[in-house]
Design a binder for this molecule. Structure first.
Ligand code: SAH
Length: 575
């Protein structure tokens, strides 16, 4: 239905100041203050002329309704109609849903209605559909835990498309119908719904619920709680083998213990290798002392003072033994720099004999004892081993998603061993595969809470990290442009990141005669400790970009990227 634009609709809207909010960005996180109550907020996105919103508000005085409409002309009609009521529980915003996060804070909205949204039938316009993945990531953010989205449409393609995108974005589908009748379901009919019903058109309906963080991140909870310092990754390996075998018959292992699943693509098309590293930092028992204390060394980079007074778990042949790294109390004059050599573990033993009896031996591995927990801010989670059970889990999630996406590539997803002690498993496994593109997925320390020396990069909830430089791997400029371009095109949040450390991508670049090798990073705080913190919204951004790369990649794209921007034309004369 084409509507003639009303002249100066944006100015005319200002007359309706009881309903129309002219500066909605002022109320981000404070909508309940505007409504002057604590009632739940429901949004209708693409509200049109306001029939649904008005009737819903009349029926449910204990719900705050906010209507979003990008056309001022349409919104003006809604404002005129609603201003004839005395309703106190409606506000209207002239915004594009694309910019939702500029106006709504995390978990501020209880329910979103998408009623008869534009279907954008052409595939190349799919990104504008209000259920495209980039929109769903925004809804995930603004919705409360257990938040709901209801969609009604007359368009079968939009219905099927939305079922698919909702599921992939980790919403739980509660109800779907291809013969929906609002009257029977006690729901308010929208203007378009009335019109289409009059034309005897089928009405499609979907109701989804936001998955809780607990459920969404269950895979990671399982993975981070496993014991697996570099060199002792057996438990993680077992977990991964079981999961990859559910997806494929073709499992690849290198001689050091790295594990990969293979999904074959078309002949002569690129091989993409995607890897997290399954090891974490930790320690190793070196000496059992006569007095029952245990000496240990670092496995990977742990700043020594982080050990002090931490609970640790030693994995012995006879099972787990818990203990504490001894600390000097203030009464005894603790001061100065801590060295690992001066630390010891107290597991409660009274003699070396006790230790031997409990199965503790030199060479046993230990990790921090830390339980995974979700913070009050439901998006942020603390654990000992985000670095890098995150990459381990994400490579698996991506592999599980391959059956749902179209692309010609062979994709090999998995996890390397012994990254923290010198990128060892990545070296052997990338030599084994010789991929065309290697993507390391890893957690990188961002500087928003604890800035490092010099420039700090990145923050939590800023999107995935494009690591353009680290001392052992410089991102190919074409590749950088490519990844950034894809992120922009698909509206995935990203941030540029410079690191002073390295990832598996550093050694994978040497595979064969050399390959494209990049790191897609997850922002992390306090890594290499027992209390690192990540944000689930960044997890979604990492997943989205890796899937977009796979979908876009092909032999053609590879050749295009290999044409370097700068080619040296100077020929070297050999004597
Ligand atoms: N919900 C109403 C109107 C449906 S028509 C009903 O069921 O009767 C879809 C409306 O969505 C149009 O008015 C269009 O301007 C609006 N719209 C489409 N994309 C939008 C976006 N990205 N942000 C805000 N509004 C949008």
């Amino acid at each position: 239905m084409r509507i003639k634009n009303i002249k100066d609709a944006d100015i005319k809207l200002l007359e309706f100041k009881d309903y129309y909010v002219s500066e909605p960005n002022k109320y981000k996180g404070k909508w309940k203050e505007l409504f002057k109550n604590n009632n739940p907020i429901h949004l209708e996105i693409g509200m049109g002329k306001g029939k649904f919103l008005k009737e819903s508000a009349e029926l449910n005085p204990n719900i705050n309704y906010i209507g979003i409409e990008k056309s001022d002309t349409v919104l003006l009609k809604a404002a005129r109609m609603i201003s004839e009521t005395k309703l106190k529980n409606i506000h209207l915003l002239s915004i594009d849903a694309n910019n939702l996060l500029d106006y709504f804070a995390s978990q501020e909205v209880s329910k979103i209605y998408l009623n008869f949204s534009d279907p954008w039938p052409k595939e190349r316009h799919a990104r504008r559909r209000l259920t495209a993945p980039s929109f769903l990531r925004k809804y995930q953010d603004v919705l409360v835990k257990d938040g709901v989205i209801e969609l009604k449409t007359d368009n079968e393609n939009l219905f099927n498309y939305s079922l698919d995108t909702f599921e992939k974005a980790n919403f739980i589908i509660k109800k779907q119908s291809n013969n929906y009748d609002s009257k029977i379901n006690n729901s308010v009919e929208t203007e378009y719904e009335q019109k289409f019903k009059g034309e005897n058109k089928t009405i499609y309906y979907i109701k989804v619920v936001k998955m809780t963080t607990k459920k969404r991140m269950k895979l990671y909870e399982d993975l981070v709680n496993l014991h697996g310092p570099s060199g002792d990754e057996g438990l993680v390996k077992e977990y991964l083998l079981k999961e990859y075998k559910k997806e494929t018959d073709e499992i690849l292992r290198d001689g050091l213990g790295s594990v990969f699943g293979v999904k074959r693509g078309k002949k002569d098309e690129p091989v993409i290798m995607i890897a997290g590293h399954m090891d974490e930092v930790g320690g190793m028992v070196t000496r059992l002392q006569e007095n029952g204390f245990i000496k240990f060394i670092n496995i990977g980079g742990v700043v020594p003072h982080l050990w002090v007074s931490q609970n640790v778990v030693i994995q012995t042949a006879k099972g787990k033994v818990k203990g504490v790294v001894a600390s000097v109390p203030p009464h005894m004059g603790a001061s100065g720099e801590v060295k690992v050599e001066s630390l010891f573990i107290d597991v409660g033993a009274e003699s070396k004999k006790d230790l031997e009896k409990w199965g503790i031996k030199p060479g046993d591995f230990l990790t921090f004892e830390n339980d995974y927990y979700i913070t009050k801010n439901k998006n942020r989670i603390v654990s000992k081993a985000w670095d890098n059970r995150f990459g381990t889990g994400m490579a698996l999630e991506v592999f599980q998603e391959l059956k749902n996406i179209e692309h010609p590539n062979t994709v090999i997803c998995g996890a390397t061993v012994q990254e923290e002690v010198g990128l060892r498993g990545a070296k052997t496994s990338s030599q084994m595969v010789e991929p065309d593109l290697f993507i390391a997925i890893d957690v990188s320390p961002v500087g928003d809470a604890t800035p490092g020396p010099g420039d700090s990069f990145g923050k939590l909830n800023g999107g995935f990290l494009i690591r353009f430089y680290d001392p052992s791997n410089i991102m190919n400029p074409k590749m950088l442009e490519y990844v950034e371009g894809l992120a922009k095109k698909h509206k995935i949040d990203y941030q540029f990141f410079l690191s002073r450390g390295g990832t598996d991508a550093a050694v994978a670049q040497y595979a064969g005669s050399g390959c494209f090798s990049i790191t897609i990073g997850l922002p992390g705080r306090y890594i290499h400790s027992n209390t690192s913190m990540i944000d689930v919204r960044d997890v979604e951004a990492v997943k989205a970009i890796v899937l977009e790369i796979i979908k876009d990649f092909s032999k053609e794209r590879l050749l295009e990227l290999k044409k370097w921007k700068y080619i040296s034309l100077v020929k070297i004369e050999l004597k």
